[in-house]
Design a protein around this ligand. Structure first.
Ligand SMILES: Cc1cc2nc3c(=O)[nH]c(=O)nc-3n(C[C@H](O)[C@H](O)[C@H](O)COP(=O)(O)OP(=O)(O)OC[C@H]3O[C@@H](n4cnc5c(N)ncnc54)[C@H](O)[C@@H]3O)c2cc1C
Ligand code: FES
Length: 351
């Protein structure tokens, strides 16, 4: 069942027969650099056009499909399955890479589920085989009885590991997040596809780090800061983390963050921004190395960045993750206050 992809950089054939995987995952696991961002139907980046053959979109109402020209045969690769031979046009540069290092499907068991705040849990997944990933990457997770995949960024970092950690914020009415809160998820078998994503700190990369995030957006940034600290990044670079939550009681991973500040010798600063209450003091009552400020995280970051932007080195990298409006606001801060070029800003929109 041949699948032909016509791209701006030539034609590629997919040889795997696994029709249960989406076209995006089949292409990525074959080592092709197909375009994607969310990999879960919300952003529209993976648009392609069916030139011939039968392709089915599993979730036609996906938010990312709203701007598709369906009458012309447009589909989302991350939501579509081939029903037989087909030819697809992908309007992007695509390259063929190392298949052995490509994202792939892995099974695992959910363990150690614990509540961090009233609406945030974290858990580990014990994987059937070890996986290598870059700090800041994510996996698409599917759970029993739930339609479609959900993207979650790894919290931990290790060059290769058979245990990965995720943190999830409860979304009202949300399928996966409410399953986690329903007390039946511990020990469940789940399936993952990855690692995915390019909002990463690359091995050996140098530069100051300015991170702006809110809620469970801290996930991939924990991995980045953990990796940076272990790699000695802060012996020659500085770092700032702006972490937005509603109230002091909504803060989590604060002990871990205070530990990172200490290991960095003070080169990393952590600022907790409280959007729904006044900061009771200049620093956290239990973790004095964590500064407290009142306001939405991108506003607090805008005020802070003004003070230190003159000290940033020219290799500075901005990392942003969280809900789309927060990400858009934070990117504006990095562009206009920190004066970072767009090429040095990496982000994940948790749409
Ligand atoms: C790159 C990336 C990284 C993310 N990392 C994190 C993280 O570390 N922590 C965190 O809390 N959140 C993260 N998110 C958000 C997360 O993926 C979920 O959107 C969120 O947890 C809500 O999931 P839910 O199942 O509770 O809500 P739901 O509203 O049930 O589902 C939300 C998402 O699931 C998918 N979906 C829903 N229904 C279908 C269907 N019928 N078919 C196919 N797909 C469907 C869609 O992508 C939808 O947007 C991330 C998102 C992205 C894009
Ligand atoms: S990558 Fe397919 S819609 Fe985002």
């Amino acid at each position: 069942m041949a699948i032909t992809l016509q791209t701006k950089t030539g034609e590629f054939k997919l040889d795997s027969d696994d029709a249960s995987e989406t076209l995006l995952f089949r292409g990525l696991s074959a080592g092709l650099s197909l375009p994607y961002e969310c990999a879960t139907g919300t952003c529209g980046t993976c648009r392609a056009r069916v030139m011939s053959g039968d392709v089915e979109m599993a979730w036609p109402e996906a938010p990312g499909a709203s701007r598709l020209k369906r009458d012309k045969g447009d589909i989302l690769l991350c939501q579509s399955h081939a029903k037989g031979e087909c030819v697809l046009r992908v309007p992007s540069d695509v390259h063929s890479g190392d298949r052995a290092a490509a994202p792939h499907r892995i099974n695992g068991r959910l363990e150690g589920l614990k509540k961090l705040t009233s609406d945030v849990v974290d858990f580990e997944v014990a994987l059937e085989q070890p996986v290598a990933f870059a700090a800041g990457q994510f996996m698409v997770v599917t759970a029993p009885g739930l339609t479609g995949g959900r993207a979650y960024s790894m919290v931990n970092y290790a060059p290769e590991t058979d245990r990965i950690r995720f943190v999830v914020k409860r979304k009202p009415g949300g399928g996966f997040s409410n399953w986690l809160f329903a007390d039946q998820a511990e020990g469940a078998g789940i399936s993952l596809f990855g690692p995915l994503g390019t909002a990463t700190l690359r091995p050996g990369e140098d530069g100051d780090l300015v991170c702006i995030t809110g809620g469970s957006g801290i996930a991939g940034i924990m991995s980045i800061l953990d990796h940076a600290t272990k790699a000695g990044h802060f012996s020659s670079n500085k770092g700032w983390l702006y972490f937005g939550v509603r109230t002091l009681a909504d803060g989590f991973y604060l002990k871990e963050l205070a530990g990172l500040v200490e290991k960095s010798g003070g080169a990393l600063q952590v600022i907790l921004a409280l959007s729904d209450e006044a900061a009771p003091a200049a620093s956290h009552p239990d973790y004095p190395s964590i500064q407290l400020h009142e306001g939405f995280v991108h506003e607090v970051a805008a005020r802070g960045v003004k003070d230190f932007c003159g000290d940033l080195n020219e290799r500075t990298i901005g990392f942003v993750a969280g809900p789309p409006p927060m990400v858009d606001g934070a990117i504006r801060v990095l562009l206009s206050e920190a004066k970072l070029p767009p090429s040095r800003i990496r982000y994940d929109k948790f749409s």
